[in-house]
Design a protein around this ligand. Structure first.
Ligand SMILES: *Cc1c(COP(=O)(O)O)cnc(C)c1O
Length: 851
């Protein structure tokens, strides 16, 4: 008989052990070795049974063992030392506290999913795990940030694979108390509840769970509350479970409810009200409309003034160029909600326009959450350099007339939280040799500090862990039958091991390696120098095409000829990932370029000393340097997808056969020294770049600090600057059709220009009543190609107003540039609006060129 609900009854802790509660209640244990060791030492066998989870450990351990431990002076001393260490971590000054200058007071960070630990399954893949790593690094760096998300009663889904190779999904219900969460309560101890009034006299309420991620609180809104109807309770049933209105209600709860929740939380805990709002992907876009409604109702701002204020303080990060990754809703559905009391005071027509795909190539019947995000966020970025570029092309229609490379979407390359993702054995070696476990910040290239034998020993031990885990999982997946003998021979620690695991959207090409099954079989079964492959991946439950790919792989891997050398491990999640990445020699990634926005699994593998073998996409396009792995060439000239896949698969096999295999099996005294040289370089070089510490520092310095400054500037004196900025935008929009560069006087250019000559520029500009201070008149200059196009190396310099030009109400702007570069050179003159609170010249999409 199966229980339909489960919960945990916990024993009472003796006073000497009381700090264990606080240690278990803060997720810092999930990335910090010593508290883990402490809990494990209470009962090592039980620790692995409870999935290495302290909260479950305390629930499962039993009074008798606890009494023994309470009487064990050495254990009690360790408990106190850990409690002291946690207190120090939570209260001491860190990187952010030492930053000079004006800083954000409180950043609210919104995401539809958060991957913090395997025990808190509130994520589906990369987006969520990135959000979890963001919180952890914010904590380590002392950044005052609060995460805002939803609590899904069944999380994403658990995957198993049937005898037919088909993915099965299950949705176990989660008990928030058993996960280490606490309910946000008001001064009287009652659960805080936020509510949204929906059209049709419906009301959606939510309670707020808090997960403590080190210093950073993560608020998770949960619609499972007695105030809700059954229909409303189902809003937070599953992550990415439904579409249409169900998804919309989730996003309204996240965006609108999230703002209300984080403000209630701030007020109750004495934190400042957030001054920066960061939305990780577009799902939380309604946060901006909720805040606009507040400014309009409470402070009497107009729509445009409220928009300016919200834009100033909003950071929007786009995460995918794949349309299926962006939420799009039918226009009518959104209209009904915008016209309701939910956003009281907001003009529904104008609000709708902020998200409509009302541009060439878009569908004006569709409300697009990324478009909303870009309209509401003055500070926008993609997640790798290449993805920034792709995003500027993809969203460029929102800034008509603006050159693609000037579209105001920057990039911050993702990173991963090293303390979470580096294997305990490698951390151990780091502690022994470098004095601490900060693997990612050390120079691993010196053989005098860590010898080849030691490094190889740890790499092999991590691989042995993976082999054991793979056998265990495969045995478990076969059910209660006696484990067949081949499972004991599954994988081999001495064989070159390639890992490949990810979600299974088509563009990730799970089955590219199956393109030529005979060739793959030869590589796997080579008698002298074989290769083995470990695979994982979940397909979205509604995506049958992904499930077919999984089935093809599973079927291939079950062939007795190869099954010892290729294995599909079900239920790819954080727990599996933490054994998988460190256990591989090589991490494979073969997306269709440029659809992988960044990719982070390869970074996690690299920090553990795995080499990457990847298409030059996302982060790899940026950081591949020829010594940290291999680039699979892209067949950009292929005439169709089939041809492209064939060519890229062939290149993949070639690389494995002719480069990876020889390098891996070349040994000196049993050790692959050349290979280890690449490992050392990878760990050292990528260690300094690929961490979420670097990423969060970048966000603070290039996004949060400017956003907070803009927010403060616009807010002062009863929103004087917000009003001024809105009036300015109104003024330039009205005048712009008549603003033009009437004439550029080129008499200053010598016919035979030489380097060192000075170019004098005089432009007369029609301003249609705008003041010369309202605009920037710029000369854009540099080398030109055969079509007179100014390329990427062009520069921009501002001309100065020097008075009226002639009698037609024109204004003269002048300046000079010294010619330095030789060759074909060109320039043009343009006018753009200028205001100190704009982050980019072309932000308003207004631009007038000389003709
Ligand atoms: C890191 C991670 C991902 C994301 O990996 P990509 O390289 O971005 O595909 C997905 N799932 C899990 C469990 C991860 O740890």
């Amino acid at each position: 008989m199966k229980a339909i609900r489960t919960f945990t009854v916990r024993p009472v802790l003796a006073e000497s052990l009381a700090p264990l509660d606080a240690l278990a209640a803060n997720f810092r244990w999930s990335w910090s070795r010593t508290p883990r060791d402490l809990f494990a030492s209470m009962d090592p066998a039980l620790w692995s049974q409870v999935g290495e989870n302290p909260v479950r450990m305390l629930g499962a351990i039993g009074q008798k063992r606890l009494d023994e431990l309470a009487a064990d002076a050495a254990f009690v001393e360790r408990v106190n030392a850990e409690a002291e260490s946690l207190r120090g971590y939570l209260t001491g000054d860190r990187w952010f506290q030492q930053l000079e200058g004006d800083k954000p007071a409180h950043i609210a960070y919104f995401s539809p999913e958060f991957g913090v630990d395997g025990s808190l399954p509130q994520y589906s893949g990369g987006l969520g795990i990135l959000a979890g790593d963001h919180l952890k690094s914010a904590s380590d760096l002392g950044v005052p940030l609060t995460g805002v998300g939803l609590f899904y009663r069944s999380g994403y889904f658990r995957q198993s694979i049937g005898d037919d190779g088909w993915q099965r999904e299950s949705y176990p219900l989660l008990d928030p108390y058993g996960l280490g969460l606490t309910l946000l309560r008001d001064e009287d101890g009652a659960p805080v509840e936020i509510s949204l009034d929906l059209p049709g006299d419906r009301r959606l309420s939510a309670r707020i769970w808090i997960a403590d991620i080190g210093r950073v609180p993560l608020l998770l809104l949960d619609a499972e509350t007695p105030s809700n109807t059954d229909e409303m309770r189902r809003v937070t049933d599953r992550l990415y479970g439904g579409g249409g209105e169900h998804r919309l209600l989730q996003e309204l709860l996240l965006g609108v409810g999230g703002v209300r929740a984080v403000r209630a939380f701030a007020a109750l805990t004495g934190r400042p009200t957030p001054d920066v709002y960061h939305t990780n992907e577009g799902h939380a876009g309604f946060q901006g409309l909720e805040r606009m409604a507040g400014f309009m109702t409470d402070s009497g701002l107009s729509f445009d003034e409220a928009l300016a204020q919200v834009r100033a303080s909003t950071v929007f990060t786009t995460h995918t160029p794949v349309p299926a990754g962006i939420d799009r809703f039918p226009r009518d559905l959104i209209e009904a909600y915008l016209a309701s009391n939910l956003f009281s005071g907001i003009d529904p027509v104008r609000a709708l326009a902020l998200g409509l795909e009302d541009y060439p190539g878009g569908d004006p019947g569709v409300f697009n959450m990324a478009v909303l995000g870009l309209h509401l966020g003055q500070h926008a970025n993609g997640v790798s350099r290449l993805h920034g570029k792709v995003s500027r092309g993809m969203f460029g229609q929102l800034w008509p007339g603006v050159d693609t490379d000037e579209v105001p979407i920057g990039s911050i390359t993702n990173g991963v939280h090293a303390p979470t993702w580096v294997h305990a054995k490698l951390k151990g070696l780091s502690e022994e040799r470098f004095g601490d476990s900060h693997v990612a910040t050390h120079d691993w290239t010196d053989r005098g500090v860590v010898s080849d034998a030691e490094l190889w020993g740890v790499r092999q031990a991590m691989k042995a862990d993976l082999v054991a885990e793979a056998r265990r999982r495969v045995a478990a997946s076969l059910g209660d039958t006696i484990t067949p003998a081949w499972v004991d021979d599954l994988l081999d620690t001495n064989v070159l091991t390639i890992g490949f695991a990810r979600r299974v959207p088509t563009y990730k090409r799970l089955t590219l390696m199956l393109r030529d099954p005979q060739r793959l079989t030869r590589l796997l079964t080579d008698p002298e120098r074989p290769v083995q492959i470990v695979i994982g991946g979940k397909s979205h439950p509604a995506d049958d095409s992904g499930k077919i790919l999984i089935q093809q792989l599973v079927r291939f891997s079950r062939d007795p000829k190869v099954r010892g050398r290729i294995v599909f491990l079900p239920d790819y999640d954080i727990t599996l990932a933490k054994t998988l990445y460190p256990g591989c020699d090589v991490w494979l990634n073969n997306p269709l370029r440029p659809l992988e926005a960044c990719g982070t699994s390869g970074m996690k593998a690299a920090l553990n000393g795995a080499l990457n073998l990847s298409i030059l996409d996302g982060w790899w396009d940026e950081w591949f340097d020829g010594r940290n792995g291999w680039a699979i060439p892209t067949a950009d000239t292929a005439s169709n997808d089939e041809e492209r896949d064939d060519a890229e698969a062939a290149a993949l096999y070639d690389l494995i056969e002719h480069q990876l295999v020889p390098a891996f099996y070349e040994r000196e005294g049993g050790i692959p020294t050349t290979w280890l040289g690449m490992v050392r370089h990878t760990m050292t070089d990528l260690g300094s770049k690929a961490t979420s510490d670097r990423m969060v520092r970048d966000y603070v310095q290039t996004m949060y600090v400017p956003a907070a400054a803009h927010d403060a500037a616009l807010r002062t004196d009863d929103f004087a600057e917000a009003r001024a900025l809105a009036a300015f935008i109104q003024r330039v929009r009205t005048s712009w059709p008549k603003v033009r560069v009437a004439n550029v006087d080129s008499s200053g250019i010598p016919q035979q220009a030489q380097a060192g000559d000075v170019l004098e520029i005089q432009a007369s500009v029609a301003l249609d009543g705008l003041s010369p201070d309202d605009v920037a008149v710029e000369v854009v200059y540099g080398p030109v190609d055969g079509d007179d196009d100014l390329g990427d190396n062009r520069r921009t310099a501002r001309l100065q107003p020097t008075g009226p030009a002639g009698a037609d109400g024109l204004t003269l702007f002048t300046g000079s540039r010294t010619l330095t570069a030789t060759g074909s050179f060109g320039y043009t003159v343009r006018v753009v609006p200028a205001h100190p609170q704009l982050v980019s010249d072309v932000e308003l999409g207004l631009i007038a060129f000389a003709s």
